[in-house]
Design a protein around this ligand. Structure first.
Ligand code: KG4
Ligand code: ZN
Length: 317
């Protein structure tokens, strides 16, 4: 089954063609990062206008798969929610129009579920359930238990900022570029993760909270303005912040592994690109199968993951 997938929920205009939920035949992403770096974050109206400019060329490029024409395409998938309304609408209206013109079914996919299915892309073997899937991105932080493709339970989520959002906001405080995650990861490489004691917010159950940590960094920087002048101190703060985020994410994950005894643990979303986090989780899991997306380009927003999720969605209904 061939699916043309479209994703425009935030600041990436993306289109992909995916075969049987796994094989990525094309995966085109037009990033708006340079545009939003000017403002240090995504301005929703600017994002929607950028999507309008590039969505048709992006889709045209994604459709350049040798031997594949509209006749072979089985469905069109598009991100339904969550996301920025203006951005989502551009993708949704484009997908809806293409589905109408070419007489194809339209499949609406939840963005977070898209991230969950990013770990199945370009992977031959099937997953073994039950699976604990942690999605950590700029907008979302969800721990999901998958008993099967159709039986899913959200165990926990963030009550305020998502982990990626915390990376972005703290990077801004530290005068590091947008997006903050990769910038903090790079800066942290030279730092001591135990140099700055930062508070961990304890939440009930499997929920997460990161806004207190962001505030703690803000106060620390007010008390230690020299951090911005001293590369070593900046690196120490970045490493300490990154470690604190990892501690919180890993702590809940460990508890859920104990409680639900999954066969596999998956880490997805933009923050899953973080090597320190990957290494920590791998160390904690022992023999449990740990999957992250096969390519870094599948971690951050992309349309291939939407095509992956759409395939299983179509099998279930
Ligand atoms: O999944 P994504 O592209 O978009 C959302 O659905 O939100 O995630 C983007 C987020 C940003 O907050 C970015 O700072 C973070 O992922 N990110 C990282 C890394 N690469 C991207 N965070 C930590 N370490 C990274 N290497
Ligand atoms: Zn995302």
């Amino acid at each position: 089954m061939y699916i043309l997938a479209i994703e425009t929920s935030c600041d990436e205009t993306a289109a992909a063609v995916v075969q049987d939920g796994k094989k990525v035949l094309s995966n085109v992403v037009a990033s708006q990062i340079a545009k939003h770096a000017e403002t240090g974050g995504v301005v929703p109206e600017v994002a929607a206008r950028e999507h309008m400019k590039v969505i048709l060329p992006v889709i045209t490029q994604a459709l350049q798969v040798p031997g594949l024409t509209w006749d072979e395409m089985d469905a069109i998938a598009v991100t339904k929610e969550p996301g920025l309304v203006g951005s989502l609408l551009v993708g949704r209206m484009t997908a809806q129009t293409l589905a109408f013109v070419h007489d194809k079914p339209l499949v609406e996919v939840n963005h977070i579920l898209g991230h969950v299915y990013a770990t199945g892309l370009e992977v031959e073997e099937d997953w073994e359930f039950p699976i604990l899937s942690l999605t950590v991105s700029g907008g979302h932080n969800e721990l999901i238990l998958l008993r099967s493709h159709e039986d899913r339970e959200v165990l926990g989520e963030t009550v305020d900022d998502a982990a990626g959002e915390a990376f972005d906001k703290v990077a801004r405080l530290m005068s590091l570029p947008y997006p903050g995650g990769p910038a903090i990861e790079r800066t942290a490489l030279e730092g001591d993760p135990s140099a700055v004691p930062l508070p961990r917010t304890h939440m009930e159950g499997y929920n997460y909270s990161f806004s207190g940590l962001k505030t703690a960094v803000l106060y620390y920087m007010k008390e230690h303005p020299e951090v911005l002048e001293d590369p070593q101190k900046l690196a120490d703060l970045a490493a300490s912040f990154q470690k604190t985020v990892c501690d919180q994410l890993v702590g809940k994950l460990k508890q859920a592994v104990k409680d639900y005894q999954p066969r596999e643990v998956h880490l997805t979303g933009g923050v899953s690109a973080n090597k320190a986090l990957r290494t920590r989780i791998q160390q904690e899991l022992g023999s449990i199968r740990f999957r992250t997306p096969q390519k870094m380009s599948f971690c951050t927003d992309n349309a291939a993951m939407i095509g992956g999720a759409a395939f299983y969605q179509l099998q279930v209904v």
